[in-house]
Write a protein that binds this ligand. Structure first.
Ligand code: FAD
Length: 378
């Protein structure tokens, strides 16, 4: 692994930094998990797209810059460094899109990717159900062959759908063969949230924002053209999406580097901490650097054609626990001020969700134990 950036990469960084410095809103946008905030974020996404920064690593034909994974990481570092808004399109561009590139038909790619890049379609992830979270294969939402042919009829309920109340589309797993074994007989389907038979009900998160939705499906028609990766093949397709969610694309190191640097600034702005608290600030900064190096190693592996696989579970454990530690340390530094509504206190509440979403950390530890360390299943 060569840690030096090439002249071309440095130029890419300079171009990204210049654009972001000139364009990032001076005032932070309201939370993207509220209706008004979501609209403000969409306007930002469209601005990113117009300057071709919304999906830098995608082919130019779909609105990207054909950038390498290294350049994408550079862009992410600059994005967080500039304090740019959270990406409300992330479920589409970071989770569904890599899966579409790997499993989609050319027709699906041409139809869906440009609209996603332009934030015309904003995708929600429809996997969890009231009876299926960690045990995703327990889903009971069904897709039954439409009697007239040419598609499927969906019924069931999805829950914990991030920003589902504001998104336009949903990707999800549905049982297409009720007789099949748990991980078989599932299909990965794509649908618009305004289709007849869909009811979306938003509900509040711990921080009060209406960031979640329940999605009720009552005889919703989905054409064959919107099955991703083949009927009854949904588990394998979904596992590709979870790799993106736990690993590289959803949580690039830029985010934690930025938080760690904010933590150092917060420490310096207060009577500088001493002893154990000072050590925690330093350790948080070192851990963010370690995560960056680990990610660079993974990008090296991908560029050399080596699979990442279950290592994405290690990533997920590391970033989610690091995020909690960084925020806890900041709150301790702030003392009673931490009680006030602030980026640190809101960030802390959200960091608590990290060990839960993208597959809980208990489940990730089991994956690491069994698949990376080769420990026995019982
Ligand atoms: C902020 C946030 C955003 C989310 N966004 C989405 C979204 O957009 N779309 C979506 O589909 N879902 C979403 N989720 C849901 C998330 O994927 C689930 O919460 C997660 O998969 C856990 O499922 P569960 O909540 O049903 O908990 P459960 O599976 O019921 O687990 C409860 C507890 O038991 C533990 N546990 C369960 N099984 C085992 C086991 N075999 N071994 C050891 N421990 C076990 C778990 O680790 C956990 O601590 C989101 C969640 C959060 C917090």
């Amino acid at each position: 692994m060569d840690l030096r950036w090439s002249a071309e990469e440095q130029e890419f960084r300079r171009e990204a930094r210049t654009w972001l410095e000139a364009n990032v809103p001076r005032q932070p946008l309201p939370s993207g998990d509220t209706r008004a905030g979501f609209a403000a974020h969409l306007a930002w996404e469209q601005r990113l797209f117009a300057a071709r920064w919304s999906v830098v690593s995608w082919p130019e034909a779909y609105g990207g810059r054909d950038a390498t994974l290294w350049q994408w990481l550079i862009f992410e570092e600059e994005y967080y460094r500039a304090g740019a808004p959270q990406r409300v399109t992330q479920n589409g561009i970071f989770l569904l899109a890599p899966t579409l590139f790997a499993f989609g038909t050319p027709e699906q790619q041409q139809r869906l990717l440009p609209r996603m890049a332009a934030a015309e379609d904003v995708w929600a992830q429809g996997w969890s159900e009231p009876g299926a979270g960690s045990d995703l294969a327990a889903i009971s939402s069904r897709a039954v062959r439409d009697p007239a042919g040419g598609g499927w009829r969906l019924s069931g309920q999805k829950t914990w759908t991030t920003r589902g109340a504001f998104c336009t589309h949903l990707f999800g797993l549905f049982r297409t063969d009720p007789a099949a074994e748990r991980h078989h007989g599932l299909s990965y389907l794509l649908l618009p949230l305004d289709a007849p038979g869909v009811t979306v009900r938003g509900f509040q998160r711990l921080d009060g924002d209406e960031g979640f939705a329940e999605v009720f499906l009552d005889d919703v028609f989905v054409p064959d053209a919107d099955v991703l990766g083949g009927v009854d093949q949904g588990w394998a397709v979904a596992m590709a999406t979870t790799g993106s969610e736990r690993g590289l694309t959803l949580r690039s190191p830029g985010r934690f580097l930025h938080t760690a640097e904010r933590l150092v600034r917060t420490a310096r702005a207060h009577p500088e901490p001493t002893g154990a608290l000072r050590d925690r600030v330093v350790q948080g900064w070192i851990d963010a650097q370690a995560y960056r190096l680990f990610t660079l190693e993974q990008v090296t592996a991908i560029s050399e054609g080596r699979p990442v696989g279950a290592e994405s579970s290690l990533n997920k454990l590391f970033w989610s626990e690091l995020d909690v530690r960084l925020h806890e340390t900041a709150l301790e530094l702030l003392g009673p001020q931490a009680e006030l509504d602030s980026p640190w206190s809101r960030g802390f509440l959200f960091s608590l969700a990290g060990p839960i979403y993208a597959g809980t950390n208990e489940i990730q530890r089991t994956i690491v134990a069994e698949r990376l360390l080769g420990l026995p299943r019982k």
